[in-house]
Structures are given as structure tokens and as C-alpha cells.
Ligand binder design. Structure first.
Ligand code: ZN
Ligand code: CU
Length: 488
């Protein structure tokens, strides 16, 4: 007797091979059989006309504290996501900064340092106590480490500070973190030279972890910044994931192909992967010094002026009779949505056969970028079904088995015997994102059921209240690093 059988669906198993009709049986949190006539079960799910896929892995999130405010993790569960990778862009909920107010962009997670955690063991314990619906993979952020040990973030770390950061990073990895995220673009880490990053990466290498990176520059200096990231990870022998690959200034518009070729060339000597989100606008902290090159900027949150969330920066500046830069200064700490990419670059990157999907959603923003609620259904509905830019099988692979391999989640990402039963069932004709830039909090439709570790966490557009998520740690990443697998 199985715990659960999903009958009558079309299985897209994550491997990239063609969809096939098959039933899926689950027992004790694992997939125990895929095929026909699998026998009876306590719970039957009829999936006629639906796709049965591995649960999606959102490879780029800032969901570190999401379980503490919404353990159901609705923004992600509603998209069919079953695992989130948190702690990206140099930003993590541990270790907490020395200052009472976190330096931006750590404010993306919390406005007070007291809401962050002294170390990863405490952070992890808090997550486990919250019992999230989804699985989580955690990274330690370089900016968080700097803010935890340095009073002056405008210079490279000295020897003593580097020792302290290494000790904290070691604690994080021992507590289950999968590696280091860096965000050299951001003020707290901007002054860090490659040698500082490499010293931390050496420790990541020792622990068999990996690095995710928000490049120092995604605009004019994109290619140079790519080289810097590739060289540092190569020097340390650490597998690298380039986060939210994009061409974010007029001077680099049209260079998506060039950037991808750069990554492909590097694959001859090191392990490198990348992710993308399906929108031509970005979102992050509002930086008064980085307003150039955007067609339009919309405020996503502001601490001193919460009512300005959702408003155009240019309109606010007009109303205040000042420059956009001055308006941004007055609104800070704040977040912004920047319209500064070209759709053709977004499509070029999305269409690459090894592009993973990461939402980069910002769950604490008052008026968030719609990627928070829309990313995965938008790829499956808009780009796969409507535009036919990519095949369903390829994109499901890049949402499941590929990230499972990249992040060392050996028993996830495929519908196959022995795998953990993370399963997303969706209607390929109806799946669509409904979150828009004007109404960013609308849940997607077409996701029929979401199963995490063998339990149904969502059905009929509602959370079931079951919360079986786990903190996942990497399985033998060390061996993966030494294999330096080619792109699939
Ligand atoms: Zn980022
Ligand atoms: Cu990010």
C-alpha cells in the first residue's frame, strides 16, 4: 500500500527527455515507482491532462527570513517551487551586522539587526522551529560577514578581520550552509579586492561548497566583472554560479550572446553555471549613485516614505522639485525597480540550454517586483507555451534536475524511483503568471498541486497547512567540483 499515487498525468521527469504518460507512487516521502498499474494507495491524485514534474528549485532567492513571517511560503509554493536557495547576492540572515541598523542592501532582509542571527546555528534553529513548507538551501553572504566584523566597510578587510570572517564562514558551513555568496556590486562589499574573496573561497573549497555571485558590474563593465568572478572561483577551485545574468546598461545591450560565450569558454577549465529571471526590469536597493541607464525607476519600498512604494521616482522628484538623485537620497533606505534591460537579451539568456531559473524575488518589499510571485509560471506560460521560445522538457530540466546537480542535491530534481517526493502538478494550457508590475501580489494560476517530501502542501490554489520542508545540505559537492562536468 502506497501513501500516495498520482494517476493519469504526463510525466516530465526533469532529465530533459520527452514527456510520457505514467503514474507515480510515493511512500515515506520518496518516489517508489513510476509506470503503470502501481497498486493502491491511501491517497489518490487524478492528474488527467496535467503535467507531473519534479518540484521546481528556485535557485536565486532572498527567502532567508520568509519562513519566519510566512511559513507556508505562499509566494513560492503557489508557483510550484519546492526548494529555495537563500542567502544570495552577499546578503544572508546570519551573521548579523555589528550596527543596530543593517547597512543596505542587508535591509532587503530586515530593517533591524535584531531580526537577524548571530550565527548560522541559531538561524537554522529558528528556521526549523518555524517549520517551513518548502525545502531550503542556505548560503552565507560576503556582505553579511563584512558587516559582522568590520566597522569601516569602505576598505579591504585586514588580516584580523579576514580571520574573523573565515571563522564565521566555517561556522556557517558546519551548520549546513552550502557555500558563500558574494555581491561586489553592493556598497558593503565594493571595496573588497579579489584577494579577499579568494581567501574566503579557499575555505569554501575545503568544505566542498560553492559560490554564487552578483557580479561587481552588470552594466558597462559586465564582461570584466564576469572575468573577475571566473578568475577568483577558478583560483580557489570552487564551482561558481553567476546570479541573474543580464545586460543592464545601454552600452552592453545586445551582449547576451557574448556573455554566454564567455561562460561557455570558461567551462573548459572550471565549473560555472548561471541563472536568469524572465523580466526586463531588475529590482534591488535604491542607489542614488546608480540611477543612470534606466528607462524608468519605480520605488518598491521606502523606510521614511512607505506611501511612496509603487510610485515612479521621476514623478516623486518632480513633486519634490528636486533631482531624481536627491529624491532617492531622501527615500533611502529604499528599494527600486529598474527598467534597464532589453527583452532580446532576456530571451537570449533564457533560451540557453543551461540557464537555470531564479526568481530573485524580494519577499519583504511593500510593492515588490512581480518576479516574486510570477517567475516560474511566467516561464512556463509566456515563454514556453505562448512564445514557444523553449521546449517544456528543456525548461523543466533547468528548473529541477540541473539545479539539483549544481547545488549538490543528489536525491532531488527528478521523477524517478528513490528520489525525494518533491512533485509539482500543473496544467500546461492554463499556467500563467498573474503578478504584474502594477499588481505584483497576484498568485499565478495553473499550479494544481504541490508535494514536498511526499506531503501535499498546496491544492486548488490553497495551502493545506502541512509544512514538511527541510534545510538541505549539499551531498558530496567535492566530487562534483573535481568532475567539472560540462554543460548539459
Ligand atoms: Zn543580486
Ligand atoms: Cu539577489
Amino acid at each position: 500500500m502506497h501513501d500516495l499515487v498520482v494517476r493519469g498525468g504526463l510525466v516530465v521527469d526533469g532529465s530533459g527527455s520527452a514527456a510520457r504518460a505514467a503514474d507515480v507512487a510515493v511512500r515515506a516521502g520518496r518516489i517508489v515507482a513510476v509506470g503503470a498499474a502501481l497498486g493502491s494507495a491511501r491517497q489518490e491524485i487524478v492528474a488527467d491532462g496535467l503535467i507531473v514534474a519534479p518540484g521546481f528549485i528556485d535557485v536565486h532567492t532572498h527567502d532567508d527570513r520568509l519562513p519566519l513571517v510566512d511559513p507556508a511560503m505562499a509566494a513560492k509554493a503557489s508557483q510550484g517551487v519546492t526548494t529555495v536557495i537563500a542567502g544570495n547576492c552577499g546578503i544572508s540572515a546570519a551573521p548579523a551586522p555589528r550596527q543596530a541598523s543593517p547597512p543596505p542592501p542587508l535591509t532587503l532582509l530586515a530593517s533591524k539587526s535584531a531580526e537577524l542571527f548571530r550565527d548560522f546555528a541559531r538561524f537554522r534553529a529558528a528556521l526549523e522551529a518555524a517549520r517551513p513548507s518548502l525545502n531550503m538551501v542556505l548560503f552565507a553572504g560576503h556582505s553579511a560577514l563584512r558587516a559582522a566584523v568590520m566597522d569601516d566597510l569602505s576598505r579591504p578587510a585586514n588580516r584580523r578581520e579576514l580571520d574573523a570572517m573565515q571563522a564565521m564562514l566555517r561556522e556557517a558551513m558546519d551548520a549546513g550552509a552550502s557555500g558563500l555568496s558574494t555581491g561586489l556590486y553592493y556598497p558593503p562589499s565594493q571595496a573588497a579586492p579579489p584577494s579577499e574573496v579568494e581567501a574566503l573561497l579557499d575555505l569554501v573549497a575545503e568544505h566542498g561548497g560553492l559560490q554564487t555571485t552578483h557580479l561587481r558590474d552588470e552594466g558597462d563593465g559586465l564582461i570584466e566583472a564576469l572575468d573577475e568572478a571566473l578568475d577568483s572561483a577558478h583560483a580557489a577551485g570552487v564551482p561558481l554560479v553567476i546570479s541573474h545574468l543580464k545586460c543592464a546598461s545601454p552600452r552592453v545591450w545586445g551582449l547576451a550572446r557574448t556573455a554566454l560565450q564567455h561562460i561557455e569558454a570558461a567551462r573548459g577549465r572550471q565549473s560555472v553555471d548561471f541563472d536568469v529571471y524572465p523580466y526586463d526590469a531588475s529590482s534591488t536597493m535604491l542607489r542614488p549613485d546608480r540611477l543612470r541607464g534606466a528607462r524608468r525607476i519605480v520605488v518598491s519600498w521606502s523606510e521614511p516614505y512607505p506611501d511612496k512604494a509603487g510610485h515612479d521616482l521621476a514623478v516623486i522628484a518632480d513633486g519634490w522639485c528636486c533631482s531624481p538623485g536627491e529624491a532617492a537620497e531622501r527615500l533611502s533606505p529604499a528599494g527600486g525597480i529598474y527598467y534597464k534591460m532589453q527583452e532580446r537579451d532576456v530571451r537570449t539568456i533564457l533560451a540557453h540550454p543551461s540557464a537555470m531559473i531564479g526568481s530573485d524575488g524580494l519577499p519583504h518589499d511593500r510593492h515588490p517586483h512581480p518576479r516574486l510571485w510570477g517567475t516560474f509560471p511566467r516561464v512556463l506560460g509566456h515563454y514556453v507555451r505562448d512564445l514557444k521560445l523553449i521546449s517544456l522538457e528543456s525548461v523543466v530540466h533547468r528548473m529541477t534536475a540541473l539545479p539539483a546537480r549544481v547545488f549538490g542535491l543528489a536525491d532531488r530534481g527528478r521523477i524517478a524511483e528513490g528520489m525525494a517526493a518533491d512533485i509539482t502538478i500543473f496544467n500546461p494550457d492554463l499556467i500563467v503568471d498573474r503578478a504584474s508590475f502594477d499588481e505584483p501580489l497576484r498568485p499565478a494560476s495553473g499550479i494544481e498541486r504541490v508535494i514536498v517530501n511526499g506531503l501535499v502542501i498546496r491544492e486548488g490554489g490553497h495551502a493545506t497547512g502541512v509544512r514538511p520542508g527541510r534545510i538541505l545540505t549539499r551531498h558530496d559537492m567535492r566530487s562534483r567540483a573535481s568532475q567539472a562536468e560540462p554543460a548539459s
